[in-house]
Design a protein around this ligand. Structure first.
Ligand code: PGU
Length: 406
């Protein structure tokens, strides 16, 4: 008799973004004339830049020739791409051998837990990208949820009071997820804040899973763009990142994970965790598309990098427009200065799903309720800066003119 993985039953709700899409669809069906503006899911909207289009097209053309054809590649990725990514870590101890190319940060951030023991205690920032929690729930590392709070999971609240970066956990934890720049709050951890966590991890033989998917959006050069800028991080941290937001690859799909040789935990030798991840990827993954990897190589050449910079500036201008518009209305807003998300305090203390409905009904604007990212997200709301400029401006205009406050 086959049995299901009963841990799936513990998942407190549907995955956040399909849930939002479902509610938006229902509203749209009931209000077919409503012109809905989507600032919900962090999905890029601007077209691919010319250098990347060239890189992708050349790879396609090449595959159409006997000399240029290639089949399965190394699951770790093609050498030129691993080298190009490693250059982004110049000044740290990371080299190309530590880079594992993937089809995106979502798969890696959900799969990485599988190389660690099922009795590890997991700590997450609260609020957090829901994949960290859900993947550990599915893997049986938590008990049941009561009102969205899982037994056995350590929540590290990120609130306005602590600048949206948590204190060290008060109990001993084994695996710590940190996302900086943060989704959803837009906060970026400082060197000192990360150093505290790296020191904790080394002392407690814990592992930090560091998600830097939004690193290129950091405008303030004094802030760390990778955890490997922090002393000792190569001994305790695995970093996961993505081409999705930096060059508009949300649909194209490309990301990477960094596993240094030195990273170890309580019962592993140096090099062993890297070997496990290699083994995991060799077994479960046949590598990212060769065409897409060629696009990634192009994105990292000098012209590609320049275009990336312009794209990032474009979205950051959207973020500025959103945050300023909200602030003018007297709404308290955070983020948006070093990250493409604006995190606002819902006016008059209304619930975040209630605010979702209000914004949709009164302004026809979709955002993401803070509660969808964890209990401490209640009372907050996320707006994404990844829209077309005209839509972002129109959304801000509608919020200013149509949202009924007071
Ligand atoms: N890591 C973080 C912190 C993210 O916010 C996202 C996407 C990813 C990883 C995924 O990166 P990929 O390389 O594209 O796999 N977050 C978006 C999209 C939602 C989702 O389900 O991935 C968001 O709106 O939060």
């Amino acid at each position: 008799m086959a049995k299901i993985n009963a841990s799936y039953r513990k998942l407190a709700a549907g995955y956040l973004f399909p849930e939002i899409a479902k509610r938006t669809r229902a509203f749209s069906e009931a209000n077919p004339d409503a012109d809905i503006l989507r600032l919900g899911i962090g999905d890029t909207t601007e077209s691919l830049t010319p250098t990347i289009v060239d890189g992708l097209s050349q790879a396609v053309q090449s595959l159409g020739t006997p000399e240029g054809y290639s089949g399965y590649g190394d699951s770790e990725g093609i050498g030129a791409l691993r080298e190009g990514i490693a250059e982004m870590y110049a000044g740290t101890s990371i080299h190309a051998d530590d880079i594992f190319v993937s089809d995106g940060a979502k798969s890696d951030s959900s799969n990485i837990q599988s190389i660690f023991s099922s009795d590890n205690v997991i700590a997450v920032q609260d609020p957090a990208y829901p994949v960290y929690v859900d993947s550990n729930v599915i893997s049986g590392r938590t008990g049941n949820a009561t009102e969205g709070v899982y037994d056995g999971l350590v929540y590290m609240p990120c609130t306005a009071e602590n600048g949206f970066f948590p204190e060290l956990p008060s109990q001993k934890v084994d695996i710590i997820y940190i996302c900086s720049p943060n989704n959803p709050t837009g906060a970026v951890a400082t060197h000192a804040q990360l150093q505290r966590f790296v020191d904790y991890a080394i002392e407690n033989k814990a592992i930090i899973i560091f998600d830097s998917a939004y690193a290129v959006f950091i405008q303030d050069d004094s802030l760390p763009k990778t955890i490997y800028e922090i002393e000792g991080a190569e001994k305790c941290a695995i970093e996961i990142s993505s081409f999705s937001k930096s060059v508009g690859f949300t649909g194209v799909r490309l990301g990477w994970t960094v596993v240094p040789d030195a990273v170890t935990c309580e019962d592993s030798e140096p090099g062993e965790i890297k070997k496990l991840w290699t083994r995991r990827q060799n077994t479960f993954f046949n590598g990212a598309s060769n065409i897409v990897q060629a696009g990634g190589v192009a994105a990292l050449n000098p012209a590609g990098k320049e275009e990336m910079k312009q794209l990032v500036s474009f979205y950051m201008e959207n973020a500025r427009i959103i945050r300023e518009g909200l602030t003018k209305l007297g709404i308290t807003a955070y983020g948006g200065d070093n990250a493409p998300y604006v995190w606002l305090k819902t006016p008059e203390g209304i619930g975040s799903w209630e605010f979702f409905d209000k914004l949709l009904e009164e302004c026809h604007v979709v955002g993401t309720p803070g509660a969808g990212f964890g209990p401490a997200g209640e009372g907050y709301f996320r707006l994404s800066a990844f829209g077309h400029r005209a839509n972002v401006e129109e959304a801000v205009k509608r919020i200013s003119e149509q949202l009924k406050l007071g």
